[in-house]
Design a protein around this ligand. Structure first.
Ligand code: KG4
Ligand code: ZN
Length: 354
């Protein structure tokens, strides 16, 4: 089974080719440099960059897998794309590219959920999807736009237990990095700074630990900004004031610890409540070593992460979603681009209480 896939939900333009469980290529163009000076993704710039780069990314993915343009009929058994959630204009670029490729290859088009891709990315090892997830499990998706916990009962069978009510975990990393004067994207910058922290750090609050499966990270970001205002003066941000590097490192570690503890506490509590023994974590934030280490300390669960290369957005995970669906046989397929595509949720308070 040969699958061509596209990923354009946010700021990575990517195309991948999968043959059987083997990943033949995964070509990714990251727009980070383009967005860095704005300290966040600018949607209109992102769509334009996707449009500009997608022919090259596609050519790269096809070339590395031994294919050439123009695609001939029968080259692929399916063409997949992320249909959401994501930025509207960016999603459209992926869909149009996928449609064109599907037309040329005479292959069916499959629209997948980007967040499911982050979960299934855990199955890749050494370029093969050779470590299938064992269901049921508790899935935690932590990215720049989403923070969600799911009860995952099988491929495509997910129920959302909780999601962030405000900022996603990655967004909080990005905003805290900006407050501290660290470069975008904030996750890797904060992680790097935190690694050099020595001594006792301030303790930031652990938000919404009890009473709900939802998350909230904007208060944590505000707590960091109050701390900085206390240290540097109210108008620290306007005046471009920064903490000395040693102190800044301690703030990074304290913030990262607060995020890690919140994620681990909630995921473990939900898994226990549902009687699940496995936890799988996906999304850009799951690349964080401190967060991985915090999950690894959970003795009573088997925890899974994706290899670093597949934590951030990529088309390999999109191809794998399509593969698992095709293997399952019958599945609902929508090609509609949906910026707020959401999985079904538990009815809060009826099926599950914390
Ligand atoms: O999954 P992803 O590539 O894109 C979205 O679907 O959003 O996630 C990007 C997010 C950014 O907010 C970035 O700061 C964060 O993941 N991130 C990290 C790390 N690497 C990327 N956060 C914490 N630690 C990291 N090492
Ligand atoms: Zn993502």
């Amino acid at each position: 089974m040969r699958i061509l896939a596209f990923e354009t939900t946010c700021d990575e333009t990517s195309a991948a080719v999968m043959e059987g469980d083997r990943l033949r290529s995964n070509s990714v163009f990251s727009q980070i440099e383009l967005h860095r000076k704005y300290s966040g993704v600018v949607p209109e710039l992102a769509s334009r960059a996707h449009l500009e780069k997608i022919p090259f990314v596609l050519k790269g993915a096809l070339g590395a897998a031994g294919f050439r343009l123009p695609l001939r009929a029968g080259a692929f058994d399916a063409v997949a794309f992320s249909r959401g959630p994501g930025l509207p204009g960016a999603l459209m670029v992926g869909r149009v590219a996928a449609e064109a490729a599907a037309e040329l290859a005479g292959a069916p088009l499959i629209g997948v959920n980007h967040l499911e891709g982050h979960l299934l990315a855990c199955e890749f090892e050494g370029g093969r999807a050779c470590r299938p997830l064992q269901f049921p499990l508790l899935a935690l998706i932590v990215s720049g736009g989403h923070t969600e916990i799911w009860h995952a009962r099988g491929y495509g069978d997910y129920k959302v237990l909780g999601r962030t009510r405000d900022d996603a975990a990655g967004e909080a990393f990005d905003k805290v990095a900006k407050l501290l004067g660290l470069p975008y994207p904030g996750g890797p910058s904060v992680e790097k700074a935190a690694a050099g922290a020595r001594g006792k750090a301030h303790k930031f609050p652990r938000p919404l630990m009890e009473g709900t499966w939802d998350f909230s990270f904007s208060g944590l970001k505000t707590a960091v900004s109050y701390y900085l205002a206390k240290e540097l003066g109210q108008d620290f941000y306007k005046r471009g004031l920064r903490l000395p590097p040693a102190k800044r490192a301690l703030v990074c570690r304290a913030f990262q610890d607060a995020v890690a503890e919140t994620l681990v506490h909630k995921a473990a509590a939900a898994a226990r409540r549902l009687g699940l023994k496995r936890i799988a974590v996906g999304g850009g934030v799951s690349a964080n070593k401190a967060i991985r280490a915090a999950f690894a300390r959970l003795a009573d669960f088997e925890t899974r992460f994706s290899e670093k290369a597949y934590c951030s957005d990529n088309a390999a995970m999109v191809a794998l979603c399509a593969r698992r669906r095709l293997q399952a046989g019958k599945f609902a397929n929508s090609l509609r681009v949906d910026p707020v595509l959401a999985l079904p949720g538990w009815k809060q308070g009826t099926l599950l209480t914390i």
